[in-house]
Design a protein around this ligand. Structure first.
Ligand SMILES: [Zn+2]
Length: 153
């Protein structure tokens, strides 16, 4: 368990801050054991000028399709979590992007990941992409059509 947030930056100093409670949840889904399937969910939080703070996530549940090297988050709980947080916070907490796990130490996006994000993650604001590996977390922002990797601070 950690009580510190995880911070990433782009080349222009725009930060991505992941709150400790979220870090702990994400790490709990790491595919450490060879039987663990991939997990996925959405990222929920706030935008502060050019910075992004992730406060909550949705987690795997019924309706999701989960395999060792594949996940499709089809369960209704993901959209429900976004709607509930948005209403509770009067719109401050919003859908910010996607997370999923990979069964590799240093995760990198698969061709399927890149294709899915290009097709399905259309937004004017930068959207956050996280892949939770066994030893590291890969983070990026999708800015219009470009996927821009972020660096740990
Ligand atoms: Zn993937």
């Amino acid at each position: 368990m950690t009580d510190t947030e995880l911070t990433f930056t782009d080349n222009f100093g725009s930060l991505l801050v992941i709150m400790p409670s979220v870090v702990n949840k994400l790490l709990s889904y790491r595919q450490i054991d060879s039987l663990n399937n991939e997990s996925a969910g959405v990222l929920i939080g706030e935008r502060r000028e050019s910075h992004i703070v992730v406060h909550e996530i949705s987690e795997p549940g019924e309706g999701d399709i989960r395999r060792r090297c594949f996940v499709d988050r089809r369960g209704p709980q993901h959209q429900a979590a976004v709607d509930e947080a948005f209403a509770r916070s009067s719109g401050t907490l919003q859908y910010l992007g996607e997370w999923h796990t990979h069964p590799e130490d240093q995760p990198t996006p698969s061709a399927m990941d890149l294709g899915t994000w290009r097709r399905n993650l259309a937004a004017q604001d930068p959207m956050v992409l996280l892949i939770i590996g066994r030893k590291d977390i890969w983070a990026a922002k999708k800015i219009i059509e470009r996927i821009v990797p972020l660096f740990r601070v």
